[in-house]
Write a protein that binds this ligand. Structure first.
Ligand code: ARG
Length: 464
């Protein structure tokens, strides 16, 4: 075995230094150094609490708090030397504190363990991350409301099975995405409540013999509640899994959103234009303008689902309490949060720049017999049973396919071949405007309802 020097923090009971490869293999500092700010906040709160508990003097506390502030500045200035032999962010910072303060630095770890420390750090970090994600989510939702308002009267085909079904307003379609994102917002806010519970004070697993005052650290760190069981406190990673589940749903939504944007920018649809700054070209085909941002977001969805599956698998079957397995929670969690935040940011920037091609959308709605259901509903109002009306309109559509005419293009005589109940007033319901305006109830596609939904959406955002 090759060797490096024994880790000073726990080297006491060891008779040979840890193998150099094992040291690298078990270290987490390369990725957990990202937690430095929250690690320092947690340590400062812990030191303050220890003073109130009579464990540290006020002078010791002040030295520790100031020393940690200095270390944060070193890290942010890029002058801090991260050492793999010190394993993780916690021991790197503590070692540097001791280097600066001498014996006082060694007192910081009184009454705690890296086990409750790391659980505290991740929760503090994730809480901030969720808040930053919610900012982007809000921005995206506000952009959707704005566009939906502008496009409240724009008509496009609505699809089922990706076949033209009924005309809808573009504003209404945009608000479907708004609705999905509102649920994502609710889920993240709800998840944040369980992220925001404090494990600090659980110590290694059983609590500590010092007279710690957990309500003090809880308040200093802004946690909503204190974890009620120390064994659970150091081992619980539900909050990370929940976050990845909420993030997975949000990414799934963005992937559907993406897919539609990709379809709509294609030469076959041409429903919208995305500005050049969200697209790239091809190195070989000069005519190409590829919708890279939505494609990439659609692709990145997989990473977040992977993080969710990874964390569930990580925790499955783990005995209480802390196990080294848990060190593996960070990379997937970091990646899921980064991916969601960046994807939302890209969409929030892109949505206001979507340029609908209203004439093409309208023309697509006009073709494809999208008002066939309206004709059936018209006949129902004339007293026929719906099933018979469905049949009658089916014949009319067949005639339209054969003759190349849409329903609204047929003469009254042509239409009356299928039912003598059809009269001149039919043309009002066969128009696209007639069709969308008729769906005038909460959640319907009528422009008036889109405007009402935009208003409700704005009220919702204002309450957040
Ligand atoms: N780096 C560790 C982690 O991320 C910190 C906790 C280590 N605790 C221990 N007993 N080895 O989980």
């Amino acid at each position: 075995m090759s060797s490096e020097k024994t880790n000073q923090s726990w080297g006491g009971r060891f008779s040979e230094p840890v193998d150099a490869f094992v040291a690298r293999f078990t270290a987490s500092v390369d990725f957990d150094k990202r937690l430095y700010r929250h690690d320092i906040l947690g340590s400062q709160a812990h030191a303050r609490m220890l003073t109130q508990a009579g464990v540290l003097s006020e002078a010791e506390r002040d030295a520790i708090v100031a020393g940690l502030d200095e270390i944060r500045r070193e890290i942010e200035a890029g002058t801090f030397e991260w050492r793999v032999d010190l394993e993780d962010v916690h021991m790197n910072i503590e070692a540097r504190l001791t280097e600066r303060l001498g014996v006082v630095g060694k007192k910081l770890h009184t009454g705690r363990s890296r086990n409750d420390q790391v659980a505290t750090d991740i929760r503090l970090w994730l809480r901030d991350e969720i808040d930053a994600i919610l900012v982007e989510l809000n921005r995206l939702q506000a952009g959707l409301l704005q566009l939906a308002e502008t496009e409240a009267d724009t008509i496009m085909p609505g699809f089922t099975h990706l076949q033209t079904a009924q005309p809808v307003t573009f504003g209404h379609h945009l608000l479907a995405w708004f609705e999905m994102l509102s649920r994502d917002h609710e889920r993240l806010v709800d998840c944040r409540k369980r992220v925001n519970r404090m494990p600090l004070g659980s110590a290694a697993l059983a609590g500590t013999t010092y007279p710690i005052q957990r309500q003090v650290t809880c308040e200093l760190l802004g946690f909503e509640a204190i974890g009620g069981n120390s064994l659970d406190g150091v081992s619980d990673r539900d909050f990370a899994i929940e976050f990845c589940a909420a993030a997975s749903l949000a990414m799934m939504h963005l992937s559907r959103f993406s897919e539609e944007l990709v379809l709509w920018t294609s030469a076959q649809f041409q429903f919208i234009d995305l500005p050049d700054r969200f697209c790239t070209g091809s190195s070989i085909m000069p005519q190409k303008k590829n919708p890279d941002v939505p494609e990439l977001v659609r692709g990145k969805t997989g990473r977040v689902f992977g993080a969710l599956t990874g964390l569930l698998t990580l925790m499955k079957g783990q005995p209480l309490a802390y196990n080294k397995d848990n060190q593996e929670d960070k990379e997937p969690l970091f990646d899921a949060a980064d991916t969601l935040r960046d994807s939302l940011r890209a969409f929030a920037d892109m949505v206001p720049a979507i340029k609908p091609k209203r004439e093409i959308m309208r023309e697509a709605a006009r073709r494809g017999f999208s008002t066939a259901t309206d004709l059936a509903d018209y006949l129902v109002r004339k007293g026929l049973p719906f099933r018979d009306c469905h049949e009658i309109v089916g014949h009319a559509v067949k005639y339209g396919v054969d003759s190349g005419k849409d329903l609204a293009e047929m003469s009254l005589d042509e239409l009356r071949r299928f039912s003598d109940q059809i009269e001149q007033d039919v043309f009002a319901v066969l128009t696209l405007e007639g069709s969308v305006n008729a769906r005038d109830h909460i959640g319907g596609t009528a422009p008036a309802q889109v405007r009402a939904a935009v208003k409700r959406g704005r009220e919702l955002l204002a309450k957040r």
